[in-house]
Design a protein. Structure first.
Length: 196
């Protein structure tokens, strides 16, 4: 990688790190170009050069953290030996991610991220293919082995992640959920919906 490319990557990282700090302290409204340049030390021109717009910054930030979340889920899942343990690992990894990275979790579960996901689903899925493929392959193998209900992969994903995402959104919005307790209770309930 050339020195220019390295500087460009460093600039992108500075902006994204600053954007998350601003988002954590002030929400989406706090992520302005002025605040980004002050917080990151990067020029306005560099922000527009690398991201195109403020929306581009938020999209890149969400994609960065989506990749990290999917990576953690894939790692948790593929480290298990059976379907039930895999479901438990995914639920705990997701809730652990939400607890450990509340600002990123709030961004990933935001209206902006939802809208972006709905309008650019195929593009986002393609960009995350390396992280999604191991998850889909794991599910297909477990369905084939009779360890999971004979359901399509998207249905199993929805049955496993739907309750977890709903609970994460509630914790983010209201804070009235004990994530550790949920990590103990949810896996068994979810397993009942996807087990053979």
């Amino acid at each position: 990688m050339s020195p220019k490319q390295q500087r460009g990557e460093a600039t992108v990282e500075q902006v994204l790190d600053a954007a998350l700090r601003l988002y954590a302290s002030s929400g989406e409204a706090g992520v302005t170009v002025g605040a980004l340049t002050r917080t990151s030390g990067v020029s306005t021109g560099s922000v527009y050069h690398h991201f195109g717009s403020l929306h581009g910054v938020l999209t890149a930030l969400a994609l960065r953290w989506l990749g990290r979340l999917l990576g953690e889920l894939a790692t948790a899942l593929t480290a298990t030996d059976d379907a039930r343990t895999g479901v438990e690992a995914v639920v705990r990894a997701y809730l652990g991610f939400v607890r450990d990275h509340p600002a990123a979790a709030r961004l990933l579960h935001s209206t902006t991220a939802d809208q972006e996901g709905m309008t650019r689903t195929a593009e986002i899925r393609d960009s995350q293919e390396a992280r999604l493929s191991p998850i889909a392959q794991w599910i297909e193998a477990r369905v084939g082995a009779g360890e999971l209900a004979p359901l399509p992969v998207p249905v199993i994903e929805a049955l496993v992640l739907g309750p977890v995402v709903g609970l994460a959104r509630r914790w983010i919005a209201l804070g009235d959920v004990d994530l550790d307790e949920a990590a103990r209770l949810l896996p068994d309930r979810i397993w009942r919906s996807v087990g053979p």
